[in-house]
Design a protein around this ligand. Structure first.
Ligand code: PEP
Length: 249
């Protein structure tokens, strides 16, 4: 049985104290068999990474960061490098979330630089791609995200791409105003993403779905054969929420 991924990005939420409480609660609620066929991950803000690493201890919970810069060091005020993230022994780094693309000017080109830098440092990129409402209305969802994936991995070897994760996060589905993709709709886009990854020589890259995942729709989404995991925002911002989703998936 292949690993099913379930994780949550916290965006600009949770202080150090809240992070410690979340992880303590998560550890208390994790079933004994957690980690057997499910890879569980949390992505706190940078400021809580040290506390999160310490609080996780030996629990089967992977730790991620929400972003990084591609340069090794330098005059980039406010940015964080891969070496800085390595100090927290993070397991993955989220790159190209649609909020970063929309509010912070990230482009396919800068995401590609970040993916390369992450891999150089042995960090596993979680590359987020997503179609807009307009692209969806035009029937161009799969084409849009396949293009983003090709650009994110441009110039990388098969082996490098193979160390990555991809998250399909429709822009129209994430956050308060979003509505989830149906399992059929998400499944079809995932098939296209898997085909593109196969063409790039990396057929085993897991593709996660994210966008208004909740307790009602998690089981049906997880049952789609092309969906290898769930990347969750709001519904997993409590440890109870995350563990409940694990039990549904
Ligand atoms: C997200 O923003 O990446 C996300 C998946 O959010 P939500 O689950 O809250 O829609």
């Amino acid at each position: 049985m292949s690993t099913f991924w379930i994780g949550t990005g916290w965006k600009m939420n949770k202080t150090v104290a809240e992070t410690r409480r979340y992880i303590a609660d998560l550890k208390a609620r994790l079933p004994d068999e957690a980690g057997a066929d499910c890879a569980l991950f949390i992505i706190p803000p940078f400021t809580a990474l040290a506390a999160a690493r310490e609080a996780i201890g030996a629990a089967p919970v992977l730790l991620g960061a929400q972003n990084m810069h591609w340069a090794e060091a330098g005059a980039y005020t406010g940015e964080i490098s891969a070496s800085m993230l390595e100090e927290f022994r993070i397991d993955l780094v989220e790159l190209g979330h649609s909020e970063r693309r929309e509010y912070f000017g990230e482009t396919d080109a800068t995401i590609n630089l970040k993916v390369k830098a992450a891999l150089r440092h042995g960090l596993r990129p979680l590359v987020c791609v997503g179609d807009s409402a307009e692209e969806r209305a035009a029937g161009a969802s799969a084409a849009a995200v396949v293009r983003q994936v090709r650009l994110a991995f441009a110039g990388l070897t098969r082996a490098e791409i193979g160390r990555s994760l991809v998250a399909y996060e429709p822009v129209w589905a994430i956050g308060e105003s979003g509505m989830p993709a149906t399992p059929d709709e998400a499944g079809a886009v995932h098939v296209a993403l898997h085909d593109a990854l196969k063409e790039l020589g990396a057929p085993s890259v897991p593709v996660l779905y994210g966008g208004s995942v909740n307790l009602e729709n998690a089981a049906a989404l997880a049952a789609e054969p092309a969906i290898d995991g769930l990347f969750v925002g709001r519904a997993a911002w409590s440890a109870e929420g995350l563990v409940s989703l694990v039990s549904r998936a």
